[in-house]
Design a binder for this molecule. Sequence first.
Ligand code: GCO
Length: 461
Amino acid sequence: MTIAFPQGFTWGTATASYQVEGAIHEDGRTPSIWDTFCAKPGTISDGSSGEFACDQYHRYRDDIALMKQLGIGAYRFSVAWSRIVPQFGGPVNQTGIDYYLRLLDALREAGIKPVVTLYHWDLPQYLEDRGGWADRDTALRFADYAGALARAFGDRVDTWTTLNEPWCTAYLGYGSGVHAPGIKDFGKALRAVHHLNLAHGLGARAVRAELGDAANVSVTLNLATNVADTDSPADLAAKHRADLIANEVFLGPMLDGHYDPEIFDVTSDVTDWSFVRDGDETIICQPLNSLGVNYYSSSRVRHAKPGAVAEGACMPAQDIVETLPPTGELTAMGWNQDPRVLHDMLCALSKRYPELDILITENGSAWDDTVSADPAEPNGKIIHDPKRVHYLEEHVRAVADAIAGGARVTGYYAWSLLDNFEWALGYSKRFGIIGVDYATQERIWKDSGKRFARIVRDNAI
Ligand code: GCO
């Protein structure tokens, strides 16, 4: 059965600067923490970096032509901070601004709305050298940067997304250390949580100070979708603990105006939270025009025997939470496929925040692709990716069901437009609905891209 989406529903694709741009030495850009991290042996599984990535910096016009073929109405991309402010305290780099102005104008010409993420993990290295997100000053510098972008881009931007997945920045960057800057210190991870929240609030204010209160401001969170293994009080308590540290720590201050005090209790072994100053929670809680959520998979959790933090854990005070191995057919990331949980999360969010528009700012799956010959394609090549098609269909259907059930979802952005640099996994994992041959930078259509184009055209699944 076909299910139609509401009129005006936005279909888009998403990328991030370090994952697609390349051109890391061009036009005044200085290193970000990801350049530094990639240069350290053993950090990236295939030893690669974002040095060339998809070369979108030079190929954005061709990529916009692909977006037109997809028929999408919006493109979500991020700005590389160190292209805009290359030196600590230094002036705005007009050459860096100009690249994004060209991109923004080309998108407008193509009738594609730009959804701009201000921070998708590529912190300028000079800020990390001063303490990075563990230091309060980084949030203040973020506000300056946000204001500079608002001044430069003005009404060319449709949606201003302050941060992408602060969970990853804080817990993977400063907790488990698997992401840049590679620090393993739960106390710092929680400081980073707070300073990211503060950056969000200050950034939202800075954008509105330039563009007026009507500026369309959003933030993207990857809300962990923890499912309790059983209904036992102990397993439910484990789920609650995981939700507090992964989700409430962001939702609370950003949308409710305060941290749940239980968060302070359950993390008291690693920090006393004295870095939260009077008034911070008010700054963090800015009116939002929408909430972006990224969803890939779910985790089943149960009560673990108290003890040391599990090997590889990335969040503190998780000692009562055991995450069970995923089941069913796993994607190339080793993640499960659980569209029902996406549906449930969307319905629960709308119940909790009935006035808030929700955007799915990322959803997608990685598979090991192979290229086939296809004389019907202009370049004679196609990637048949039935598993990615299936994942896409199931998840889009879950979104449609959630909307039918009352969830206020207004957009869906496929991750990703292109195969790209998958962080610590380098180029080994492919999320694109369009493939990339990295040796030649050739773009190769996948069946999933074609399927997505039909969903967009029909506004239905
Ligand atoms: C994310 C990231 C993406 C990843 C994707 C797949 O926000 O987690 O935005 O950069 O590539 O999630 O892991």
